[in-house]
Design a protein around this ligand. Structure first.
Ligand SMILES: O=P(O)(O)OC[C@H]1O[C@H](OP(=O)(O)OP(=O)(O)O)[C@H](O)[C@@H]1O
Length: 627
C-alpha cells in the first residue's frame, strides 16, 4: 500500500467571466493561471516534494483538447510546472499573446477552470505517477475527471477489497487511484443516468452532451462515493465539462477555505493565501464546513451542499501549531497564546532568573509562539518591577528607578536556519542529514557559563532536530542550562489523517516511555498492552480500543520529558538540559476550535485510526521490541 503521507495543499480557481474580460481588465487572459501560481507558491509550506496542475477549457470543439495537466517532482516543482506551461506561449507574437479569443481556441492551459496541488512527501512508491492531479480519460467530456486531494484514508484496504469484489479493477493499489476510480465510477453512472433521460426525451448528437452537462449533479456522485471514506480529506476535482468540486471530511479534520465574487471563485487549504492572492479581507473568505462540498457547475453557478452528516468535530490542531502558515489572523493569535501559556513553567525551569537567561526560538515555525512567550515574560517582569518598587518602602530616587526599569527580557537570534525548507516534511532518510546541517548559531549571543538559554520549538516528534543538531550546537555557546520549550504537547501517537508523523518506533516520547518501563522493571505493562492489542485484531474497527495508552499511563509528563532529555542529549554535552512541554489543557485553551489532538491524547477521531494504531503497535513489538 502506498504509504500514508498525503498532507498537502490544494488550490482551485474558477473564472466566472470569459477570458477577454481578464485581458481587458487586467491586461492578460492568464489571470487565472497567474492567481493559481500565487495560491500554490504561498502554500509551499504544505508540500515541497512535488506539484501539479490541471486546467479545463469550457466548450471546446470535438477533436480539440480541453483538459490539460502538468506535474513535476522536487522542491522546485511549482516553478517547473508553470515554466512548462509558459513554454507553450514563448513563441507567440505580442498580438497573439494578448488575443484572448486566439488563446481560447488554440492554446493549451488557456481555460476557465484550474486546480493545483502541492505534494507533501514522496511515498514508498515514489515517482511522478504519484503526483496529483490524477486523470481519468473518456470520450464523453463529462466523464473526464481530474482529482487531487489533501487527504489520508484509514480504510483503503477495506475499500479496495470491496470494490474489487464487485469486479472493479483499480490500476494501482494506492489510495489516490482507488478514490479516482470510486469517484470516476459514480461519475460514469451519473452521466449514464442522464444519457438515458436525454435519449428518452428524443435528443441526439450534441443535444445529448448538452443535456448531460446541463443536468449533471456532482452532489450525487460525491454522496455515493464518499460514504465509506474513513479519514481526513479535502478532495478536489474537475470534470471535462467544467464541473468543479471540493468535498471535506465530516469530522472537519483537514481544512479548506473559499471565496467568490463576480469574477472568480477560489478554494485553498489556507485562508490567508486567498486573502493575499486576491486582496480580500478574512471575513469574506468562508470555511468549507465539515461534510460539505463546494460545487461550481459548468455555467459557473456556485453552491455548497451537505454531502455527509457532520460527525464529532475534530479539526486538526497540528495545522494550527505547525502545518499552516502563521499569517492567518486566528492562527497567529493561537500560536502566540501557546507561547505565552508556557511562561510559568519556563520560569520554574530557570528559577525565575530572567536576568541571566537568553530567550530564543528554533526557526521557523516557532517564531510566532516565541513572540507570545516574550509577551508573557514581559508581563511577568513588569509585575516584578512593580513589586520591587513597592518593596523599597519609599519614593524611589532616579538611580533606583533606573536600575529597576533597566531590567529586560533578553531575546536574541541564537539559532539560524540556513535554508528555508521544512525538514519535517522532507523524506525519511535525507531528513536526518538535512536536520543535522540546516541549523547554525549566533556566536556571542550569550554570556558563556553564566546565562541560561531558553529556546522554543513548535514540536518535538522524533527528536532528530534536537539530537542531531540543536542541542549540540547550542552547547557550543556554553550556556549554563538549555531549556527546550515545546509549544505543543508530547507527540505520543502516530497521525493517520495527513500529517506525516513517524512510525511508532521513531517517536521520542514513545521510546522514552518504553525505556522507563524497562528501567523500572515493568515490562509486563508492555506485554499486557501487546496481548490486548493482538486479541482485538479482526474485530470490527468500531469496537477497537487504544491500548497504547497503557504504555504511557504509569508516568507523568515530566517523567517522560526527563527520559527524553536523557535519550536526546548528545554525549559530551556540558550544559544541563531540560524540556518543558505544553500541557494538553494549554493546547485546548489556545486553540479551542481545533480539538483534534489524537497525536497527543491517543483519542482518534475515527475508528480507522485506532485500527491503524493497533497494527502499528503490534508491528513495533514484533519487529523492534524483543521480549
Ligand atoms: O522532532 P523532529 O522529528 O526533529 O521534528 C520536529 C521539528 O520539525 C519541524 O521543523 P521544520 O524544519 O519542518 O519546519 P520549520 O522551519 O517550519 O520549523 C518542527 O518545527 C520541529 O523543529
Amino acid at each position: 500500500m502506498e504509504e500514508l503521507k498525503h498532507e498537502c495543499g490544494v488550490a482551485m480557481i474558477r473564472l466566472l467571466k470569459p477570458l477577454e474580460y481578464y485581458e481587458q481588465k487586467y491586461g492578460t487572459w492568464m489571470y487565472g493561471l497567474n492567481k493559481l501560481y500565487l495560491l500554490m507558491e504561498k502554500q509551499h509550506n504544505r508540500g515541497q516534494e512535488g506539484a501539479g496542475l490541471a486546467c479545463v477549457k469550457l466548450e471546446a470543439n470535438p477533436g480539440e483538447e480541453y483538459m490539460f495537466r502538468e506535474r513535476a517532482l522536487g522542491s522546485g516543482a511549482i516553478t517547473e510546472i508553470f515554466d512548462t506551461v509558459q513554454s507553450n506561449f514563448k513563441d507567440l507574437t505580442k498580438k497573439q499573446l494578448h488575443d484572448a479569443e486566439y488563446a481560447k481556441s488554440v492554446l493549451p492551459f488557456a481555460g476557465e477552470v484550474y486546480m493545483g496541488h502541492l505534494r507533501y512527501s514522496t511515498t514508498g512508491k515514489s515517482g511522478i505517477s504519484y503526483v496529483h492531479p490524477f486523470l481519468r480519460r473518456n470520450n464523453w467530456r463529462a466523464k473526464n475527471l481530474a482529482l487531487c486531494g489533501n487527504f489520508n484514508m484509514t480504510n483503503v484496504d477495506e475499500i479496495f477489497a470491496r470494490i474489487t469484489a464487485i469486479g472493479q479493477h483499480p490500476r494501482k493499489y494506492a489510495d489516490t487511484y482507488i478514490m479516482l476510480e470510486q469517484v470516476g465510477h459514480r461519475l460514469d453512472r451519473e452521466v449514464e443516468r442522464l444519457f438515458n433521460l436525454a435519449e428518452a426525451e428524443g435528443l441526439t448528437g450534441m443535444g445529448v452532451t448538452h443535456y448531460i452537462e446541463d443536468h449533471i449533479d456532482l452532489a450525487n456522485v460525491l454522496r455515493t462515493s464518499s460514504k465509506e471514506w474513513d479519514g481526513g480529506y479535502v478532495i478536489c476535482g474537475l470534470t471535462g465539462s467544467g464541473e468543479t468540486f471540493a468535498v471535506r471530511d465530516p469530522w472537519g479534520i483537514r481544512p479548506a477555505f473559499w471565496y467568490q465574487d463576480e469574477e472568480i471563485a477560489v478554494l485553498a487549504s489556507e485562508r490567508p493565501v486567498i486573502q493575499t492572492a486576491l486582496n480580500v479581507p478574512a471575513d469574506s473568505v468562508k470555511e468549507l464546513m465539515p461534510g460539505q462540498a463546494l460545487l461550481i457547475n459548468k455555467a459557473g453557478k456556485l453552491r455548497t451542499t451537505q454531502i455527509n452528516k457532520v460527525r464529532e468535530l475534530k479539526p486538526c490542531s497540528f495545522e494550527r501549531i505547525y502545518f499552516s502558515r502563521g499569517s492567518d489572523v486566528d492562527i497567529y493569535k493561537e500560536r502566540k497564546l501557546l507561547g505565552e501559556k508556557l511562561v510559568p513553567n519556563i520560569l520554574k525551569a530557570i528559577n525565575n532568573d530572567v536576568d541571566h537567561t537568553v530567550f530564543s526560538f528554533i526557526p521557523n515555525t516557532a517564531e510566532v509562539a516565541f513572540y507570545g512567550m516574550l509577551q508573557g515574560l514581559d508581563d511577568y517582569l513588569n509585575e516584578e518591577k512593580v513589586r520591587q518598587i513597592a518593596s523599597l518602602g519609599h519614593n524611589p530616587n532616579l538611580e533606583e528607578l533606573e536600575q529597576i526599569l533597566s531590567r529586560r527580557i533578553r531575546s536574541e537570534k541564537v539559532a539560524i536556519k540556513d535554508i528555508k525548507l521544512r525538514t519535517f516534511i522532507a523524506e525519511g532518510n535525507s531528513r536526518n542529514d538535512l536536520a543535522a546541517h540546516v541549523y547554525d548559531i549566533t556566536y556571542g549571543s550569550l554570556v558563556p557559563g553564566v546565562d541560561n538559554l531558553v529556546i522554543i520549538d513548535d514540536s518535538i516528534v522524533r527528536g532528530t532536530t534536537l539530537k542531531q543538531s540543536i542541542i549540540g550546537i547550542l552547547d557550543r555557546l556554553n550556556p549554563k542550562k538549555i531549556v527546550i520549550v515545546s509549544s505543543s504537547p508530547q507527540v505520543r501517537y502516530p497521525d493517520y489523517y495527513g500529517i506525516d508523523m513517524a512510525k511508532m518506533s521513531e517517536f521520542i516520547a514513545f521510546k522514552a516511555a518504553i525505556e522507563l518501563l524497562k528501567d523500572r522493571d515493568m515490562k509486563d505493562v508492555i506485554a499486557a498492552a501487546y496481548r490486548k492489542s493482538k486479541d482485538q485484531v479482526g474485530i470490527p474497527k468500531e469496537q477497537m480500543v487504544n491500548y497504547v495508552k497503557e504504555i504511557y499511563a504509569p508516568f507523568t509528563d515530566e517523567e517522560i520529558s526527563a527520559k527524553m532529555v536523557e535519550l536526546l542529549t548528545p554525549a559530551g554535552t556540558k550544559a544541563k538540559v531540560e524540556i518543558v512541554y505544553q500541557p494538553l489543557q494549554g493546547l485546548h485553551e489556545a486553540c479551542p476550535k481545533h480539538r483534534g489532538d489524537w497525536y497527543f491524547s491517543g483519542d482518534y477521531p475515527t475508528p480507522g485510526g485506532v485500527k491503524l494504531l493497533n497494527n502499528a503497535f503490534i508491528d513495533y513489538i514484533e519487529q523492534v521490541y524483543q521480549f
